[in-house]
Write a protein that binds this ligand. Structure first.
Ligand code: 1CP
Length: 352
């Protein structure tokens, strides 16, 4: 049986994440399922609220597959949100129209102690069913496309849990990390445990690669970055290596700047995602040559399209040529993106 399996070439995304310089590079786009697509807006309206969409497997699987049908990306990312972990730990969550996510913020040691990781896997059952459905859908419709599962980094998720909403500063989380490190550490450890179980469960349901989004990592001082970003990520990765051997892991410490090199060396991940501000030529030198990089087109270049899109894309490709690499944006697609600009981008990539 093994020889039969070896005869099927691995999916391009998995080869690149495994350290092979696949060219043209495999591609997917953060937030590729989203409001810029009319077919997404239709399903979103049908679901009503966002949490319902994330916990209704037939609808969540459908929106995960929509961009693959249109554009044929090599990666499909599970349609869900990083805040489904706090939700599954029992923290009330809603998405207010035009306001983004709203959580009831954690205000005390008792509230942190009351978070219950034991209920997580049963509460996320519908999300795991989405994973299984998408995997089946890909096998039938897009056999070269790999399914990426994900979770937020512990620090980023803690930011939202303590602040209760998006913020420019996340002063509640960063302040608590300095003022009461044992208490902040307790929240981080709860998230570490919950995130590990959640990611293992996604792999068991059919995810073929995993990504950890630490979107607010770049707000931390170097010492705090090592303690609250690198260490918890490395702990999650150690367990994943044991329980999900061979599943590639992508880390995204957004706005880490030069700390990206430390993260790449010490978090244990297979691939490092670059944000829009990162110079890919610097990253190519700073990250070991066998480690895949992913990124980092500015989502606004995709909105602009035309010559700006082409020039920015080609400059990133030139910096990444010859190394394991996955094309992506440096942050999520924005709603005003014309869908035909994504078609143009895919054409540029395929002729690379
Ligand atoms: O009404 C809508 O359609 C809601 C918009 C939306 C979408 C489409 C939100 C609210 N989340 C998502 C999906 C989502 N979020 C995915 C799905 C897969 C994909 O296509 O990429 C993923 C991976 C996320 C991850 C996520 N959620 C992050 C990390 C990546 C990043 O963008 O930095 C963060 C920080 C969130 C929180 C969140 N969820 C939604 C919003 C608007 C926000 C940001 C809130 C803020 O800080 O202002």
């Amino acid at each position: 049986m093994d020889s039969d399996r070896a005869a099927v070439p691995a999916k391009p995304l998995l080869r690149a994440l495994g350290g092979e310089a696949v060219w043209p590079p495999p591609a997917w786009l953060m937030r590729q399922a989203g409001r810029y697509l009319p077919e997404y807006r239709e399903i979103r309206a049908r679901a009503g609220d966002f949490v319902t969409l994330c916990t209704t497997p037939e609808l969540a699987a459908e929106v995960t597959l929509q961009p693959i049908r249109r554009y044929g990306m090599e990666g499909a990312i599970l349609f869900s949100d990083i805040l489904m972990v706090p939700w599954a730990l029992g923290q009330p969550l809603r998405f207010a129209e035009g306001e983004g996510p709203l959580l009831e913020p954690l205000r005390s040691a008792e509230a942190i102690a009351a978070l219950d990781p034991s209920r997580l896997v049963s509460r996320v059952a519908p999300i795991l069913e989405t994973v299984a459905r998408v995997r089946e859908g890909l096998a039938a419709e897009a056999p070269r496309t790999a399914l990426i599962g994900f979770a937020g980094g512990c620090f980023t998720v803690a930011c939202y849990m303590l602040e209760g909403r998006g913020s420019k500063e996340f002063a509640a989380a960063r302040g608590l990390a300095y003022a009461d490190p044992p208490l902040f550490g307790r929240l981080i450890r709860t998230l570490q445990e919950a995130t590990t179980e959640y990611l293992v469960a996604q792999v068991e349901a059919g995810a073929e690669a995993l990504m950890i989004f630490d979107s607010w990592a770049g707000m931390l001082s170097p010492g705090q970055f090592r303690r609250w970003v690198i260490e918890p990520t490395a702990a999650i990765v150690r367990t994943l290596r044991r329980r999900c051997p061979g599943v590639p892991l992508i880390g995204f410490p957004r706005f880490a700047g030069p700390l990206l090199a430390d993260y790449a060396a010490r978090a244990g991940i297979d691939a490092t995602a670059m944000d829009t501000a990162m110079d890919p030529r610097w990253a190519a030198q700073a990250v070991p040559p066998a480690m895949a990089l992913q990124g980092n087109l500015d989502p606004l270049a995709l909105v602009a399209g035309g010559a700006a899109l082409e020039a920015e894309t080609r400059s990133i490709l030139a910096a990444m040529r010859g190394r394991p690499y996955v094309f992506n944006l440096g942050h999520g697609i924005v709603p005003q993106t014309p869908p035909e600009h994504v078609t143009a981008l895919m054409r540029i990539l395929r002729s690379a």
